[in-house]
Design a protein around this ligand. Sequence first.
Ligand code: HEM
Length: 409
Amino acid sequence: MTTTPTTPIVLDPTGARTHDEHLRLRAHGPAVRVDVLGVTAWSVTDPGLLKELLRSPQVSKDARAHWPGLAEAEGTWPLALWVTVNNMFTAFGADHRRLRRMIAPAFSARRVAALRDDITAIVTGLLDDLAALPAEDPVDLRESFAYPLPIAVICRLMGVPVEQARGFRGLVDGVFDTTLTAAESAANTAALYEALGDLIATRRTTPGDDMTSLLIATRDEEGDGGSLSEAELRDTLLLMISAGYETTVNVIDQAVAQTLAHPEQLARVRSGEAGWDDVVEETLRLEPAIKHLPLRFAVTDIELPDGQVIAAGEAILPSYAAANRHPGRHGDTADDFDVTRPDKEHLAFGHGVHFCLGAPLARLEVATALRMLFERFPRIELAVPAAELEPYGSLISNGHRSLPVRLRR
Ligand code: HEM
């Protein structure tokens, strides 16, 4: 039997014991009220219910239109940026279709497949750099491999010059760091907007064959009243750069960590019983890059199957990581890393109209990175016990602070 706690469950902003916390959330049924850094929201952990809500026209991501709590949150809530950006991520209905349509063609399966050679070349370069390091010394693979690959790919697609790319790194980290105070977070946002302003200025004066230049051209040709406002231009770049940076990093990090912690699973890949794509999907299920995604809002009262009601205007927190390990979906082995699991369904990329636009790109990057890393360094091992890997300080982002390995070539 499930019980309803009298006060919202406070989520740990440091993400220190994520899976224990998710177990606790699931114990209260398909949805339970949580406190997300001071904001109350319904955490939804049942995958069936979550999919239904993510498809529902009764659920919006547009805080300005559908969240009475916005006024209070602006200026005081450290995660305010997640609900105030002006891009497809927070748009509803026709606005969402307009903003997504502008970008979607560049990320189709066909366009992504054409990036395969570029991705292979970038991975080769990174592995060459690793091979040149002193043998047997531990190396932080998150820093030297998981980060630089997605950053190089997204910066190339978006036309971010190398010297500006370095500046984005810490600022994007700041967006996902849920241990920042509201003031620190606001300062990070201001610096991020300054960096985006610099990028727009650079590509406005020297356009290239990239997505930023394309969006600037649309904006400048159509002007005010056209299909892209200046704020939407800036925030679309923010979305593409940050989504491209942080999430894929976590999947590479988690996939390498899981594979090294489970040599019997690596053996299954080596024997051909499973492929690297299976490793990617099972990692996305077990350790999704995004644990909880702030926020959605009920447009009308929504009655849940257990009789609870999410009232119009209340916030909803899709708890993707908790849903992905739901025993109702994946049985007793939900917490196991099993690359031959027949049912690998997961919600790591979301569901419905906001389904991740970068999913084909992310999958290609991670599978290529894993295949080439394990081919080049077949004796690679963790340099610390898996249980000692420290989680990244976030209730959103699901990675490690570092991933020390020995390449043992
Ligand atoms: C493995 C890596 C990735 C993961 C796990 C991931 C996860 C997600 C999730 C969960 C959402 C849905 C958010 C929601 O619930 O509304 C999302 C949306 C999105 N992702 Fe990703 N993402 C990844 C990589 C990327 C990359 C590489 C890009 C771009 C280059 C990207 C671009 C986007 C965009 C634009 C959206 C917003 C779509 C919309 O609102 O219509 N993602 N992503």
